[in-house]
Design a protein around this ligand. Structure first.
Ligand SMILES: *[C@@H]1O[C@H](CO)[C@@H](O)[C@H](O)[C@H]1NC(C)=O
Ligand SMILES: [Zn+2]
Length: 428
């Protein structure tokens, strides 16, 4: 029996979500660009917690705390932006999610399969054990790198996957990271699935012949673990050294911590906010690990993807101000190729992917994100994936476990298409 299965047997311990009694979630539906922008400024004004991004074509989902409910509804009414309640009783939704996850967990246990399972969300320990195991089983293709320790001392492990041990410098490099936002649980499995498709179950051998890969499934292990043990909606890191309030309000938004227009827009200097940018750019050791990967391989990196959820979107720079980069045409072309590939395989009751500049699609700007940083230092094709999430009819919050593999499979098609298209255009 493999190590990660043993770890998988450890029972999930969920807090009972009491913290969220009285909180509510709302679907929001801005009907045009003006409303989308207005909604973007309400997010800033009320420090709303966006769980799913709205577009003018698509409802978003926001989490509102009890003392903001009145301000939220009156401002939305005042602006004439459509909204409707999603969850009056968040605790019961979260309990429902827990039940589904426990059910899937029981099924995995009963089957006792050998590979990393995709019928449920995995603990950080299980993912770490899987990376160790792949590197051990496929030494000619996969190299385990430990980039150091997270704030709380967990290993920051990623895999380098290459048919030449990264020695053929003419090959473009593709970098994919996941799990920087702790609660976005669908992100890490799309990255481990890419590992599987490059090493264990290869159906696109050209991707190994043509490219070297860096796959980093859980950039923020402390936060990820905290969402399993304490607080399902935790988004940030768990550092306590970034403000005087650090012990009361730990953590920094890792995707606001990069040094590109750092802390200028769509961020907060309040340590208790979910978009707290940190005391300074690159304050977070987890973010520095990704930065160092980008710089180490920079001239060869053709494509950088960072996996988030949710919204079924492929977003490209510049996310800090909505302007277009000199490579905007290329970014759009490769983005469309990825979205088309995903849409060809997507389930009919999931929303189709939209592609565009981050600000133009979601209606608000945010600085210090990895997508912008990678592009600013010279990575030509840099994207944020907002993976699929809640869709109509779902009773819980997270994407139900039975859809994890579907999302991994369709996302892989996007990665394949993106790698090939970016590789065709990329010149060292
Ligand atoms: C999972 O298994 C445990 C122990 O066998 C059982 O008590 C529990 O009810 C099961 N949960 C679900 C949701 O099936
Ligand atoms: Zn995110």
């Amino acid at each position: 029996m493999r190590a990660w299965i043993l770890l998988g047997l450890i029972t999930f311990v969920f807090a009972k979500h009491e913290h969220y009694i009285g909180w509510k979630t709302f679907h929001v539906r801005p009907s045009n660009d003006v409303q989308l922008k207005t909604f973007g400024s309400l997010i800033q004004q009320l420090d709303l917690d966006v769980l799913g991004h709205a577009t003018t074509q698509r409802e978003g989902l926001v989490l509102v705390q009890p003392d903001q409910l009145e301000a939220f509804t009156s401002l939305m009414d005042g602006q004439g932006i459509a909204y409707r309640i999603h969850a009056d009783d968040i605790k019961s939704k979260l309990d429902y999610d827990d039940m589904l996850i426990e059910e899937a967990h029981n099924a995995t246990k009963a089957r006792n399969g050998a590979r990393l399972p995709y019928d449920n969300y995995q603990t950080w320990e299980a993912i770490e054990a899987y990376l160790d195991d792949v590197a051990r089983r496929f030494p000619n293709r996969a190299t385990l790198v430990n980039a150091g320790q997270s704030f709380e001392g967990r290993n920051l492990k990623y895999l380098k996957i290459s048919s030449t041990n990264f020695e053929d410098k003419s090959k473009p490099v593709i970098v994919i990271d996941g799990g920087i936002h702790a609660r976005e649980w669908i992100s890490p499995p799309t990255v481990t699935w890419a590992i599987r498709k490059l090493v264990e179950d290869v159906t696109e051998p050209d991707l190994l012949d043509r490219f070297d890969w860096i796959l980093f499934p859980v950039v923020n292990p402390d936060g990820y673990r905290f969402t399993f043990t304490n607080n399902r909606f935790w988004r940030k890191t768990r550092s306590t050294d970034q403000s005087a309030l650090g012990s009361i309000c730990p953590g920094v938004d890792g995707n606001r911590n990069y040094d590109f227009f750092w802390n200028t827009v769509g961020t907060s200097s309040n340590a208790c906010a979910d978009t707290f940018a940190g005391r300074r750019a690159f304050s977070e050791v987890e973010v520095r690990a990704v930065r160092d990967i980008l710089h180490e391989h920079l001239p060869r990196i053709a494509l950088y993807l960072t996996m988030h959820s949710f919204g079924s979107m492929i977003l490209y720079p510049w996310g800090h101000d909505g302007s277009l980069s000199n490579n905007a045409l290329g970014l759009h072309t490769v983005g469309i190729a990825m979205a088309d590939a995903i849409n060809s395989k997507a389930l009919s009751h999931f929303p189709r992917y939209v592609v565009g500049n981050s600000v133009l699609v979601i209606g608000y700007a945010a600085s210090g994100a990895s997508e912008d940083y990678a592009h600013s230092i010279g990575v030509p094709f840099s994207y944020t994936y907002e993976l699929p999430g809640l869709n109509s009819g779902m009773q819980g919050f997270v994407l139900e476990p039975r859809y994890i593999q579907q999302v991994c499979e369709e996302t892989w098609l996007g990665i394949v298409a993106g790698a090939r298209r970016a590789g065709d255009i990329f010149r060292k």
